[in-house]
Ligand binder design. Structure first.
Ligand SMILES: [Zn+2]
Length: 307
C-alpha cells in the first residue's frame, strides 16, 4: 500500500506469470487478468523471441524515445505506420483514440457538466475546446472503413469493460504509477456504467465519429495495413514519444506523461483535483482500450523518465 492506493499481488509479476527479461520485470495484460482482444504475440510465428526481448529492454531504457513538440495527445496509440497518401505516420503525443479519447476522459472523469450531452456533443465540445486553447486536434480512420480506430469503434465495449474489470484495471494503473484511489475508480466506473446503459448515447454508425471530429477541425489521417502490435509502450519520458519507425515490431504507444497537461486543458471547471481525475480517467481508458484490443500475451513495457 502506498497511501490509500490499492496495490495487490499483481505488482509481483511472478505470481501472475510475469517474466524477467534481463533486469526488466515484464508484465503482460494477462498478468492482471486483462486482454480479451486478439492482438498479441502468442499466436504469431514471425516473432524472433531474442529480438523481441532486446526490443523490450531497449524500450524500457527509453532507447526508442524521440523529442516531440506539444504536450496534448493528437495521435492514437495505433502502432501502424503506413498512412494513405503519405510515407509514414508523423510523431506526436499519443493516447487511445487521440482527441476523441480525450473527450471520453472528460466524460468519465470530468465535472459532470457535460453529463446530459450526447457523444456527438461531447466530442464536438472537447475538440473545439482544445482548438481554442491552441492545441493540435487529430483523429484517424483506416482503409477498411468503419471507424478504423479501435478505441472509437469499440467505445461502448471499452466502457463496459471498465466496470466489468475495474479492480484489474485499477491494479494495472497503479502498478504503472498512476496513483488512483479506490474512490476515484468508483466515480469513473459509475460514469462508465451509466453511459453504457444510456439509450442512444453512442452514435450507432461508428464511422461517423472521426468524421464528426474532422468537421470541427481535427486533422484526420487514414492508416493502412493490419494490426501487428506486440506490446504497449507506456511512455513516461516527458516531451518524447516512441519512434515507431525504429521498432523491430509494432507497438501501441501511450505517451502517459502528456496526460497531465491534456487534462488541465480539457477540464471545464479549472479545479485542479477535477483535472487530476480526468488524467486518471485517461489512464483507465488507455488500459481498457489495450485490454479490449489486445490478448493476454500483449506486453506492457514502461519507458521510464530516468532509466
Ligand atoms: Zn486509433
Amino acid at each position: 500500500m502506498i497511501g490509500n492506493i490499492e496495490r495487490g499481488p499483481a505488482t509481483d509479476p511472478t505470481i501472475y506469470g510475469g517474466n524477467m527479461v534481463g533486469e526488466i520485470e515484464v508484465v503482460t495484460l494477462g498478468s492482471f487478468g486483462l486482454g480479451v482482444g486478439n492482438i498479441g504475440v502468442d499466436k504469431r510465428t514471425d516473432i524472433d523471441a531474442e529480438l523481441f526481448d532486446v526490443m523490450t529492454q531497449k524500450a524500457s531504457k527509453g532507447e526508442y524515445n524521440i523529442i516531440v513538440i506539444g504536450n496534448i495527445p493528437y495521435l492514437c496509440v495505433d502502432g501502424r505506420l503506413q498512412i494513405i497518401g503519405s510515407q509514414n505516420q508523423e510523431m506526436g503525443p499519443s493516447s487511445a483514440g487521440a482527441t476523441i479519447g480525450l473527450a471520453y476522459a472528460v466524460d468519465l472523469g470530468g465535472s459532470g457538466l457535460l453529463a446530459d450531452r450526447s457523444e456527438k456533443e461531447l466530442i464536438t465540445t472537447i475538440t473545439q475546446r482544445i482548438k481554442d486553447g491552441g492545441g493540435v486536434v487529430g483523429v484517424h480512420d483506416d482503409e477498411h472503413g468503419l471507424s478504423g480506430c479501435g478505441a472509437v469503434a469499440h467505445a461502448f465495449e471499452i466502457y463496459t469493460h471498465i466496470y466489468d474489470n475495474s479492480k484489474n484495471i485499477l491494479e494495472t494503473a497503479n502498478t504503472l504509477g498512476a496513483r488512483i484511489t479506490r474512490e476515484d475508480m468508483q466515480i469513473i466506473t459509475r460514469r462508465a456504467k451509466k453511459r453504457s446503459e444510456q439509450e442512444g448515447f453512442f452514435l450507432k454508425n461508428r464511422a461517423e465519429v472521426p468524421q464528426l471530429a474532422e468537421s470541427v477541425g481535427a486533422n484526420k489521417v487514414t492508416l493502412a495495413g493490419p494490426h501487428q502490435e506486440t506490446m504497449v509502450i507506456w511512455n513516461k519520458k516527458e516531451s518524447t514519444t516512441i519512434n515507431r519507425t525504429q521498432l523491430p515490431y509494432p507497438a501501441f504507444i501511450v505517451d502517459e506523461w502528456s496526460f497531465k497537461k491534456a487534462s488541465e486543458m480539457i477540464n471545464i471547471t479549472g479545479d485542479s483535483e477535477q483535472a487530476d481525475l480526468i488524467r486518471k480517467a485517461l489512464v483507465v481508458f488507455n488500459i481498457a482500450t489495450a485490454s479490449v484490443l489486445g490478448d493476454k500475451s500483449l506486453r506492457i513495457v514502461v519507458a521510464e523518465n530516468n532509466p
